[in-house]
Write a protein of this length. Structure first.
Length: 81
């Protein structure tokens, strides 16, 4: 999965939780043991509430603007690895 976000007008109504749950289910079906997330800094709290833990940060350019993004991971329960 390359990108996932919820439009600001739709934040707070459960769409992010549904998208995240679907991504976790897909990761389980692929026998993944972890999901790595390079998050928008404003979304870090959401991912932490979903069980992600911050493990560092990355430097990137978004629309030619340098940014530092938090890197988080989610351990997948039920993984067969």
């Amino acid at each position: 999965l390359e990108h996932m976000w919820v439009a600001p007008a739709h934040i707070g109504i459960g769409l992010g939780r549904k998208l995240f749950s679907h991504a976790v289910a897909r990761a389980i079906s692929l026998n993944a043991s972890v999901i790595e997330i390079d998050a928008d800094p404003h979304a870090e709290g959401f991912y932490e509430r979903m069980g992600a833990q911050r493990v560092g940060e990355i430097s990137t350019d978004i629309e030619r603007q340098p940014r530092i993004l938090p890197r988080l991971v989610v351990a997948i329960e039920g993984s067969r690895r």
